[in-house]
Design a protein around this ligand. Structure first.
Ligand SMILES: Nc1ncnc2c1ncn2[C@@H]1O[C@H](COP(=O)(O)OP(=O)(O)OP(=O)(O)O)[C@@H](O)[C@H]1O
Length: 296
């Protein structure tokens, strides 16, 4: 089962406010998309359109050529894992996994059970009695094991402890290899997860600011690391995105690439050059303005 997603000039209004404006993008099978942006930028709103929870106000969103909103054929192919309120949920984790088996044709119960065991989720207990992290872990297990052609994780990893997050990252990567599909991960833990992304979607104030493969995004900047004086000389006239000092070593993150002459100078001065961090680019590209329309 494959799936493709096409959004063209997508806009979305809610409560009189324009939340998303004129977004166009494609999502391709086999790729992991990192959806990033500041608080209130519009990430969850975009994901709720993909997950058929809401309908675009303008433009078009097609999944396998069909509009997703209230479309059972498409809803069966999209899994939206997000932080859920289980405070009134008396069913157990095992009940939830059984429901997945009924409603998700590709659900892998054996894999789900194994992963739940590794994460230490007490499956026999009611969901309301689980800790927040255990509830998130169960959401993660369901998202992975459903094997839906479009699998969305919206900040579900936030309540997970570090070992559980490591399992999440490992499994997202490995399971995507075994069962290629579209995976969209919305996150604020950019520096921890960016290595997972094939492609970056950066939403800012309801608009798509970046829609590029990770490699291309990272080529927009560079780091230079070395003695403070040498690094400063190389950075002259350039825009500095980040400045870090460790002992006698200084690292500057610069906007733009170094040309051949600058690379030669860096070598001669013992300055190391490296890739920019996605998080530094995010901070730079979205700095100085509110994250949504109302704060402009
Ligand atoms: N029901 C609603 N009515 C009006 N405005 C809303 C509604 N839901 C969300 N918004 C607004 O839409 C904007 C985008 O919200 P959204 O939840 O999509 O952002 P986000 O990027 O996911 O943010 P965060 O990273 O903080 O979770 C925000 O300004 C938010 O206040």
């Amino acid at each position: 089962m494959t799936c493709d997603v096409r959004a063209r000039a997508l806009s979305f209004r809610r409560g009189g406010a324009e939340i998303l404006r004129n977004l166009s993008f494609d999502l391709e099978r086999g790729l992991i998309y990192g959806l990033i942006g500041r608080n209130g930028a519009g990430k969850t709103s975009l994901l709720s359109l993909l997950a058929s929870y809401a309908r675009p106000t303008a433009g078009s969103l097609l999944i396998n050529g069909e509009e997703p909103f209230e479309n059972p054929r498409i809803m069966a192919q999209v899994h939206f894992a997000h932080p859920s309120d289980y405070s009134e949920e008396y069913d157990s984790g095992a009940d939830f996994l059984r429901a997945c088996r009924r409603y998700r044709p590709l659900f892998d119960a054996e894999y789900a059970g194994r992963l739940a065991g590794e994460l230490g989720i007490p499956l026999k207990r009611s969901l309301r009695s689980l800790s927040r992290g255990q509830q998130s872990a169960l959401n993660m297990v369901m998202g992975l094991a459903c094997r839906c052609p479009v699998t969305i994780f919206d900040e579900i990893h936030l309540a997970l402890d570090a070992p559980a997050r490591e399992i999440f990252y490992r499994e997202v990567f490995a399971d995507r290899e075994r069962h290629p599909r579209i995976v969209v991960i919305s996150t604020h833990l950019v520096s921890e997860m960016d290595y997972l992304f094939d492609h970056v979607l950066l939403v800012h104030r309801g608009q798509l600011l970046v829609n590029e493969p990770l490699e291309k995004v990272l080529s927009r900047g560079c780091t230079i690391t070395g003695g403070a004086r040498e690094v400063e000389l190389l950075a002259q006239g350039k825009r500095v995105l980040a400045d870090r000092t460790l002992g006698g070593t200084r690292q500057l993150t610069l906007w733009g690439e170094l040309n051949q002459e600058e690379l030669k100078q860096a070598r001669e001065r013992g300055v190391q050059t490296g890739a920019v961090e996605l998080q530094d680019l995010l901070i730079h590209l979205t700095a100085g303005e509110g994250s949504n329309e109302e704060t402009r």
